[in-house]
Design a protein around this ligand. Structure first.
Ligand SMILES: [Zn+2]
Length: 347
């Protein structure tokens, strides 16, 4: 698992270089204008040296902070360290207490603000990053006293969550409204999902490559076959065996074979208002698998596409683990940033 953003930044004692540009104007030449020793809250340093410069163009002076520090009391390193502690499961109060054990004072409120800020940065970073293969999966999170459906998008290149939406995955219109801008902004060309009809429809509408998680396919097809075995006449059981083998081996041309089998079966005879016979159900299964075969086997032609949606499920697992211990989200943006941060995972 790579850590894209939550890497502990370095904190320099002093700047080794001069500023390149004035803080106020386009000026590029400066005079040194004194220095101050600035106390910082950090895991290692107690203070840093900050030089003051005067711009030769506009005449104004400004402080030039060494790498890893800003005008804030705490260093960037401490900021990220606190957020990591929080991501790993400590409460804001817990982070504050742990740090005080090391002689560092950082209020709960500051840790909370740092977490919000870090999540904001992550969002900005995500807006510029390219995501070729996006894992999408629905989940339920506990918020405001009830379970609510959310949709999570994960960059399967690095396992990082890139988007979270308040969307029910079974609603194709809502999934599309959420996914379309994301696809455009991130340059997504393939989605990996489970086998819900809504995903098939949206992938087609948005002209996306689509891989269905094989765990899901095997699970539902396995269940369907098991049931058909108890209802379909014995002399058709060889078809069930063959479907089982195809799903196991996933040959690229499997859809042709499925079509051929579909043609071998007798057509629909039951009236439209009557339930389907077992053989008709088998025939339906064959055509559904044949039509969706391309989305079962895309991983075979594209090495960047995984054959399961594990990466997405892991990110959601981290979010849920964290969500259990997080209380007090009052707004959806607060919830969103917290969940996104929690999903990044540190390992
Ligand atoms: Zn200037």
């Amino acid at each position: 698992m790579s850590i894209v953003i939550l890497r502990l930044p370095d904190v320099k004692r002093q700047s080794e270089e001069r500023p390149r540009k004035c803080a106020y104007c386009e000026g590029e030449t400066f005079q040194r204008w004194g220095q101050v020793k600035k106390p910082v809250r950090d895991t290692r340093r107690r203070n840093v040296r900050v030089y003051r410069y005067r711009c030769c163009r506009c005449g104004r002076t400004f402080r030039y902070y060494p790498e890893g520090t800003t005008r804030a009391d705490q260093s960037e390193r401490l900021r990220v360290f606190a957020v990591i502690c929080w991501t790993l499961g400590l409460s804001f109060r817990g982070v504050s207490t742990i740090l005080s054990g090391f002689g560092i004072t950082l209020s709960q409120m500051t840790v909370w603000r740092d977490a919000q800020e870090q999540a904001e940065r992550m969002k900005k970073h995500n807006q510029w990053q390219r995501v070729r293969v996006l894992g999408v999966d629905g989940a339920y999170v506990l918020g405001w006293g009830e379970k609510r459906p959310v949709l999570v998008g994960v960059d399967l290149g690095n396992g990082q969550p890139v988007a979270l939406g308040y969307v029910d995955e079974a609603d194709p219109g809502a999934v599309r409204r959420w996914l379309e801008p994301l696809v455009q902004r991130l340059g997504v060309s393939v989605i990996v999902t489970d086998d819900l009809m809504s995903y098939h429809r949206v992938a087609e509408q948005l002209n996306l490559g689509h891989q269905v998680c094989q765990f899901h396919v095997r699970r539902w097809v396995g269940r369907a076959l098991k049931e058909l075995r108890t209802t379909v006449p014995k002399d058709w059981h060889w078809v069930l065996d063959e479907i089982e083998e195809l799903i196991e081996a996933l040959p690229p041309e499997g859809d042709r074979r499925l079509y051929a089998l579909w043609k071998r079966l007798p057509g629909r005879k039951s009236a439209p208002d009557r339930p389907r016979t077992p053989l008709e159900q088998l025939r339906n299964l064959l055509i559904r698998l044949a039509e969706q075969w391309k989305s079962y086997t895309l991983f075979d032609q594209d090495p960047e596409v995984p054959w399961t949606n594990n990466g997405t499920e892991q990110a959601i697992g981290r979010m849920k683990m964290r969500a259990r211990t997080v209380r007090g989200y009052k707004t959806w943006p607060g919830m969103e940033t917290g969940m996104m941060l929690a999903g990044t995972g540190i390992s």
